[in-house]
Design a protein around this ligand. Structure first.
Ligand code: IMP
Ligand code: MG
Length: 375
């Protein structure tokens, strides 16, 4: 199976035929149990449910009648909120009957709410809803769903009856809209190079998620999360936070499917951490696209750090501690450059100049980085 294009968008395989078939047959069984010895009127919600209803009908062994209801709510890949009835159902077909609505997918629930309120007016003896797909995170209504096939996250899918502007209904399996990925990169450089300042600007401009390990620790500790409580013990003892804890914190952030891209600042600090990070990213089907190093001469770094020390009152404001930190950077952290150089992902940017100048250089490099194919 591979990617397909429908209109202007790319879709990738998501749910295979067997999984769908299994879900349909489970639904048929559950509805049979519910029906007991009564006849059921199935309301097939068109167009999306036509394949689902046909497959379910073939699995359903008890007495059943099929009626067709046609509504429309979607514009492109967004639920429009207005639901129109295009083909209605005569009231006497369902009055006093046990009715099961067959929906392809429940998203916000707007369509469902409209269907249930319209059908209730026609006075069925009982009214149930069966949906093949359900997006719990998108659902905004209180109406309980009686029979659910497959729960999915808030992604746009096509196939097996579902469309993107009328295309894709005849795909035998489900495809999802390809995630729009920006870039995942490490902003690298010695203390005082301006990483934090630049990362925050780029994050806002490109809509990326900024991961600064220092901030991450402080947030976890402030919110007294289980990871924060663990991290605090080490920090209080003056020890480094173990990589496992840091990795778990990062894992939480990058697991969010809404994240468009990542900027790492202050991590990885060692080659071992870089290896950890690569492994973690690949588990989530992600990849570090680049390491971008800010290049600033040593004397300038020392000056900047001395200045910063004066204003922030940080303990590291004397020349000796600054020199020590820079030396630590050279021995432990600099080898991370080579690690990504070997993967062909190393980029360098001149870090001397105004904030705007350096920022423009960074954006230029980012736009040139060829994003690796992710599937
Ligand atoms: P709702 O009113 O937001 O719950 O949307 C329900 C209707 O929107 C469904 O019957 C589908 O026609 C359409 N829809 C919702 N999500 C998707 C999707 O992921 N792919 C294709 N159509 C969808
Ligand atoms: Mg549709």
């Amino acid at each position: 199976m591979k990617r397909i294009q429908l209109h202007d968008k790319i879709f990738e395989p998501y749910i295979d035929k067997n999984t769908i078939a299994q879900a349909v047959s489970n639904l048929a069984k559950k509805i049979e149990e519910y029906a007991g010895s009564d006849s059921i009127v199935f309301i097939v919600v068109l167009k999306g449910s036509f394949i689902f209803a046909a497959d379910l009908a073939k699995q359903y062994t008890k007495e059943a009648v099929f009626e067709f209801y046609r509504l429309k709510s979607y514009e492109g890949t967004y639920s429009s909120g207005n639901v129109n009835i295009l083909v209605d159902i005569e009231a006497d077909l369902i009055k006093g009957k046990r009715v099961v609505v067959l929906e392809d997918i429940v998203d916000t629930g707007n369509t469902l709410e409209k269907i249930m309120s319209e059908l209730a007016k026609k006075q069925p003896a009982d009214l149930k809803i069966a949906t093949l797909f359900y997006k719990p995170n998108a659902y905004k209504k209180d109406i309980p769903l009686d029979f659910i096939g497959i729960e999915i996250p808030n992604v746009f899918i096509v196939g097996y009856g579902l469309d993107y502007d009328e295309l894709g209904r005849n795909l035998p399996e489900i495809y999802r809209l390809k995630k729009e990925k920006m870039i995942d990169f490490i902003l690298f450089g010695p203390p005082g190079a301006g990483k934090g300042t630049q990362a925050k600007i780029i994050k806002d401009k490109l809509g990326l998620t900024y991961i600064a390990t220092g901030d991450m620790f402080r947030n976890h500790i402030k919110n007294e999360t289980p990871l924060g409580i663990k991290a605090k013990e080490f920090i209080q003892r003056g020890d480094l936070v173990p990589d496992e804890i840091t990795i778990d914190m990062i894992k939480e952030i990058i697991s969010d499917p809404e994240v468009k891209g990542l900027i790492f600042d202050g991590f990885p600090r060692t080659v071992k951490q870089a290896e950890f990070l690569d492994k973690l990213m690949s588990e989530k089907d992600l990849i570090i696209d680049a390491l971008i190093a800010l290049d600033v001469p040593e004397e300038l770094l020392v000056n900047r750090l001395l200045e910063r020390g004066k204003t922030s009152g940080r303990s590291d404001d004397n020349e000796e501690t600054i020199k020590y930190r820079l030396q630590q950077y050279h021995t432990k952290t600099e080898p991370v450059k080579e690690y990504y150089q070997n993967q062909g992902k190393y980029y360098e940017v001149d870090g001397v100049g105004s904030i705007e100048e350096v920022n423009q250089r960074l954006l230029d490099v980012i736009s040139k980085i060829k994003l690796r194919d992710r599937t």
